[in-house]
Write a protein that binds this ligand. Sequence first.
Ligand code: NAD
Length: 248
Amino acid sequence: MDDRTVLITGAAHGLGACMARHAAGAGYRVGVMDLDAEGCAALADGLQNAVPLAADVCDPESVEKALDSLGSVPDVLINNAGILRTGPLLDHPVEHFRTVIEVNLNAVFIVAQAVARRMRGNGGGCIVNMSSINGIHPAMSCGAYPAAKAGVIALTQQMSLEWGEFNIRVNAIAPGFIDSGMSAPFYQNAEVRQQRQGAVPLGRLGSADDVAECAMFLASDAASYINGQTIAVDGGVINSVLMQLPRE
Ligand SMILES: NC(=O)c1ccc[n+]([C@@H]2O[C@H](COP(=O)([O-])OP(=O)(O)OC[C@H]3O[C@@H](n4cnc5c(N)ncnc54)[C@H](O)[C@@H]3O)[C@@H](O)[C@H]2O)c1
């Protein structure tokens, strides 16, 4: 039994909920943080040792209050909360652009800073930030999402530089085509599904479990010398551009 605490943001649904289940299964005490208070409570209720934390990751006061009520300093933070607003840039409302940067990038800083201050006084810890392959290769009509996720990669590197001396490791995950959470409705379309699967060298979409396994690895002592990295969990799709073109 692990006596360590993991805090997961955006944990009421999708990838966050899956990571919460994996963490609880590995014996962690799990802080389930989300804007959706009911979703938090429902998920925490079904886990072995979990605390629901209704909070807005964009609001530093709300985050501080939730951290105080957690009752232990997180050993691991998984900065996972995120949103997507699609549409071509020429028609994109500025408000959508701002909101996506606020939740997907600014809040990663807000939560990580609050948690890292506590980790520093506790001998260290580990942070996993959720980026996306869109932060490495932008896609059409994704609004501010690729810029925010590229920012997460740079912020991860900077955090790893500044916080290594406090024994805080910081890494990021860049999921690819994942058949879960915010992308699940997209893959209901059989044609889209087939096209996307065909572009992945491994020939399948990823699952929430694929992403959760990577997060658990980065959080573990097995990854104790991995710092400042972004790991793509994408079946190899970011390397497949030339695969889309005919050879002969
Ligand atoms: N699903 C994918 O295909 C995919 C691919 C690449 C990256 N990601 C990233 O993985 C992360 C999880 O995505 P998901 O697919 O599980 O999405 P999701 O929509 O299923 O879950 C996101 C969660 O974040 C919460 N949330 C949103 N704003 C919040 C706020 N201000 N404060 C607290 N919680 C908030 C939501 O309530 C929700 O529970 C995101 O950062 C997303 O960008 C997902």
